[in-house]
Design a protein around this ligand. Sequence first.
Ligand code: 4NP
Length: 171
Amino acid sequence: MSLVNQISLRTTMSYRVLFVCLGNICRSPAAEIVFNAAIARAGLKGRIKADSCGTASYHTGEKPDRRMLAALERAGYAWGGHRARTFSHRDFAQFDLIIPQDESNKEDILALASREEDAAKVRPMSTWFAPGEREREVPDPYYGGPAGFDAVVQLLERAMERLVAELQEKC
Ligand code: 4NP
């Protein structure tokens, strides 16, 4: 591809980011919502597209968990209508950056990567945790109380600032 074509491809195509958790009803839809708000604030809307999915299919087609939506609402975010879907190996071709929320999600995604360049797109959410962050991954809030959901939103907000700062250089 010529340099001119490469440059026009860069300016016309969005950079695509996929957030992944287990069920796609708690952490990854929250990550997508928090990320979309952060890229809008950074003036990157239109240059970056986000989506989310889960490694397991038991909640496919469902709305996000009502406890997650309540925590997002408490933090000032609105749900955009996302329905849960399952990660597929085809997502490697569709996305530039694939962000598992925990180590187990990461292992499940990497097990489906058949090429080195696919595996290279997978970077856990913890990549953007600040050095002093207590958590090592985004903890699964599903079996806990409301405080766990609020803590996930706050952890995602802190990490998202760092992720968006990195993307600002790239996009
Ligand atoms: P998520 O949370 O992976 O953050 O969407 C979960 C959702 C459902 C289950 C576990 C975690 N579940 O066991 O059904």
